[in-house]
Each structure stands twice: as structure tokens, then as C-alpha cells.
Design a protein around this ligand. Structure first.
Ligand SMILES: *Cc1c(COP(=O)(O)O)cnc(C)c1O
Length: 452
């Protein structure tokens, strides 16, 4: 098959995630180097979405490649059901050393949704078998417009209507609190942000006061609700949630699948508010964007509740075939070494500032209603009418159009509704940030100027 045949076959047979296949216009990416991807026709693009929020140090990184090759020479996969592998054990130790204090145990799986499922089930089972059992604690609190993955448990705690509502009857109901974010244009004044944060916290406190005896855990994305459209929480919100949940002894699940591994400027988002959750869910960036891998970290308190003899039936009867895969662990280990050796986090502030400069300019475009940023995560919201704060109707697909238009200018982007997202690999250079922002701006102008 030549490239043309491959593209046609792909469009007819390969069911792409979150993609209307009838409208799918095939694009085959053949190779990558650093923050750049090349398609089968040799066109180059800045990887503006880090290949869906997971690439960290760039594509085809010599050290990550080498770590993978070395592990391949030993063994590609052995199960972690009842036994282990030195590479996976070393990786587990490094993860725990890097994580917020208190998270000293780790359960491996293969994707973000699975990391969430494990946390939900661990929290649920914990209350049945902890020292002072409280089997009435079966419910979960989640934030409106949260996204925690696509498996049924994760969909239950998720709240992005465009992803979840169809399957509502298949999932369990979470108790919801409003998001503390102000997202609509014109609502961005600091006073409103404060009011919105207080409303959200009041809701939470009322629920906890009334029914904490029924609640197993609260789940949240720390600092940024990514899939909701890069909704950045006001400073202090995470800290306040941690204090409230601690006060009512409700477990806190931090979903750092999107925000982990440097995306917000620190290795983990929780570290910015000196928060240690009871569960830390990691995936996307965990192998630097190389291989599927996920981890659910938790505390000795949770772990201890599962100890006992076989006959006591306290075992966590849950797992995934490829959990803790040694190839993924080898790359994950090397990725953490790169964070240290190349001072990746120390190099971020000028890049974050450069992104901030660009979006300040982009914010003045007629149909850009709001720009939001947390570290290396940026959301640019397109609106029909900025003055009146009126959105485009969803059928117009303005966000998707802007991203497709940006391709012609050398950037691969993926929108969230009408929010154009910039989330490049952390290794991106200042010059590449300029190209990325330029392409996004051109795409946004094209998609919003025409077709009024
Ligand atoms: C992507 C994502 C998930 C799901 O991860 P998958 O690997 O796609 O299953 C869960 N939570 C958040 C915050 C995410 O961004």
C-alpha cells in the first residue's frame, strides 16, 4: 500500500477515538523529532497537543529510546500478578520519592481511566475494612464538568455533558459541586472568581456536614479541569478542599492524569498548594508520552486496611494484564531521570512567560472571548459575540475549524469544543512556541472571520 492507499484504508476501517468517521479527513503521522511531527507527505507540524497531553521530553528522544532498547534486551513483559520485575520496582520507588509526602504505595495499570477506577474501588473497599469500618460510605463527590476518563466508573464521576450523558443510565451517580471557575467572557473579574470559589466550597461543606457518613471519597483534577476546556481553579481552592475533606475524614482522589509530570510548572499540580491527597492518579505523561502506563498512588493507611490472611478476604481483587509493564517502567524511569538531569522544571518559567505573552495578544482578537493558562496548559475560547458573552452554536465547530486551519500553518492542535488548546511538550523551544502561537492565531482568525 502506498500512502494514499493507507490513508483511504485507515478512514474506512480504523475507528478513531472521539472522531466522527464520516467526516474524518485522514492524516498519517510517520515520525517525530523533539516537539515536531512529520506526516507521510513530509509536512512538519509542531505537536501542539503533546500527542494528546502525554509527550514531555519530545519525540524520538535518544535517552528514552536507549532505555527502551536496553529493557527490550532483558524482557518486554512479565506479569505483576503475584511477582515483579526489577525495572518496575525501581520505577515505583522513584515515583514515590517524587510524589507528595505520604503517598508511599503504588498500584500500576495501563491508562488514566484505569488509574481512576482503581482509586474509586480502593476508596470504596477501604471503608469496609479499615480499623473503624463505615460501610455506609459508598458515594463520591465530584466537580461539575470534571473529566476522569471513559470507562463506566470514571464516566460516573465525570461531568462533561458532551462526553457522558448518553451513558448516564449505565453509570453510578456522583454528588456534584459546582466548578469554582469563572469561564464566560466578562465574568473574569477577581471578585467574581472569589464568589464562585466560595459558592463551590460552601456547597462542598454543606454536603460534608449533612452526609459525610455516606461519602467514600471526593475526586478532583487539581488546579485545572483540563478536558472541560482548561478551566483554571482559583488559587487556594485545592488547599481548601483538602482541609475540608480532612476535617470530615473523606478521602481525596487527585486526578493528575492531565496535569501531572510538569504540565502546570511543578512535577505534580498538588505540590503548588502543598497538598497530599489520599490517592494520586497518574497516566498521560508518566512515560514521557512513549508507552501506555498508569499509576494510582496511595497512603500506608489505605494499604494497611487491605492486609490480612487470604481467609480474611481483604485482598484488592482487581488488576490489569499489562499493569507495571517493564518496557513502560523503563521509559518512565528514564523520563524522571531526564527531569533531574536536564532541569526540565527549572527551564519552564521563560516558556510559560512566552506563552502568556502570546495569549495576551490572541485575547484581543475579535472572537476570542477568554484565554486561560496554567503553566504549559493554555485554553483559548472562541465566542460569537464577545461583548454579550454569546457562544457559537456547537454545530458550527469553530474550535475544530480553527485547529484544522492551524495545520496549514504548521501546528497540530486538538480543540475542546470551542476552546483551542495549546499544550506543547515541555521540551518545546521559545522559537517553536512562537511558531505554535502564530499558527494558532492564524487558524483562529481564519475560522472566525469567515462564515458569520
Ligand atoms: C485523559 C484523562 C483521563 C483518562 O485517561 P485515559 O488514559 O485516556 O484513560 C482521566 N483523567 C483526566 C484528568 C484526563 O485528562
Amino acid at each position: 500500500m502506498d500512502n494514499h492507499d493507507l490513508a483511504a484504508w485507515d478512514a474506512g476501517h480504523v475507528w478513531h477515538a472521539f472522531t466522527q468517521m464520516q467526516e474524518y479527513d485522514p492524516l498519517l503521522i510517520e515520525r517525530g523529532q523533539g516537539a515536531t511531527l512529520f506526516d507521510t507527505d513530509g509536512n512538519r507540524y509542531i505537536d501542539g497537543s503533546s500527542s494528546l497531553w502525554c509527550n514531555v521530553h519530545g519525540h524520538c528522544h535518544p535517552r528514552l529510546n536507549q532505555a527502551l532498547i536496553e529493557q527490550l534486551g532483558r524482557v518486554a513483559h512479565t506479569t505483576n500478578l503475584g511477582l515483579s520485575n526489577p525495572t518496575t520496582t525501581r520505577f515505583a520507588k522513584r515515583l514515590i520519592e517524587a510524589a507528595p509526602a505520604g503517598l508511599e504505595r503504588v498500584f500500576f495499570s495501563s491508562d488514566g481511566s484505569s488509574a481512576i477506577e482503581a482509586a474509586l474501588k480502593l476508596a470504596f473497599q477501604f471503608w469496609r475494612q479499615c480499623g473503624d469500618p463505615q460501610p455506609s460510605r459508598t458515594k463520591f463527590i465530584a466537580i461539575d464538568e470534571a473529566y476522569h476518563g471513559d470507562t463506566l466508573g470514571a464516566t460516573g464521576v465525570g461531568g462533561v455533558p458532551r462526553f457522558g450523558s448518553l451513558f448516564a443510565s449505565l453509570t453510578f451517580d456522583a454528588i456534584r459541586i459546582p466548578t469554582p471557575c469563572v469561564r464566560r467572557p466578562l465574568e473574569g473579574s477577581p471578585r467574581l472568581a472569589e464568589a464562585s470559589q466560595n459558592t463551590s466550597l460552601e456547597h462542598l461543606e454543606n454536603i460534608l456536614k449533612r452526609q459525610s457518613h455516606e461519602i467514600a471519597a471526593m475526586i478532583m483534577e487539581p488546579l485545572v479541569q483540563a478536558a472541560a476546556g482548561i478551566l483554571v481553579h482559583p488559587p487556594g481552592f485545592l488547599r481548601a478542599v483538602r482541609e475540608l475533606t480532612q476535617q470530615y475524614d473523606v478521602l481525596l482522589i487527585a486526578d493528575e492524569v492531565a496535569v501531572g509530570f510538569g504540565r502546570t510548572g511543578t512535577l505534580f499540580a498538588c505540590q503548588q498548594e502543598r497538598v497530599s491527597p489520599d490517592f494520586l492518579c497518574l497516566a498521560k505523561g508518566i512515560t514521557g508520552g512513549y508507552l501506555p502506563m498508569a499509576a494510582t498512588l496511595t497512603t500506608p493507611r489505605v494499604w494497611n486496611a487491605f492486609l490480612g490472611t487470604h481467609a480474611e478476604k481483604r485482598t484488592f481483587l482487581h488488576g490489569h494484564t499489562y499493569g507495571g509493564n517493564p518496557l513502560a517502567a523503563a521509559v518512565g524511569l528514564e523520563s524522571l531521570a531526564l527531569f533531574d538531569d536536564q532541569r526540565v522544571l527549572e527551564c519552564l518559567p521563560p516558556k510559560i512567560a512566552r506563552l502568556r505573552d502570546h495569549i495576551a495578544r490572541i485575547a484581543t482578537i475579535e472572537h476570542v472571548g477568554d484565554v486561560r493558562q496554567c503553566g504549559m496548559m493554555v485554553g483559548i475560547e472562541l465566542v460569537a459575540d464577545k461583548a454579550r458573552g454569546r457562544s457559537y452554536s456547537w454545530e458550527e465547530k469553530r474550535g475544530m475549524r480553527a485547529c484544522l486551519a492551524a495545520r496549514k500553518h504548521g501546528a497540530l492542535l486538538r480543540p475542546l469544543g470551542d476552546v483551542v488548546v495549546l499544550m506543547p511538550p515541555l521540551c518545546i523551544t521559545l522559537d517553536e512556541i512562537d511558531c505554535l502561537a502564530g499558527a494558532a492565531e492564524a487558524g483562529i482568525r481564519e475560522a472566525t472571520q469567515s462564515l458569520r
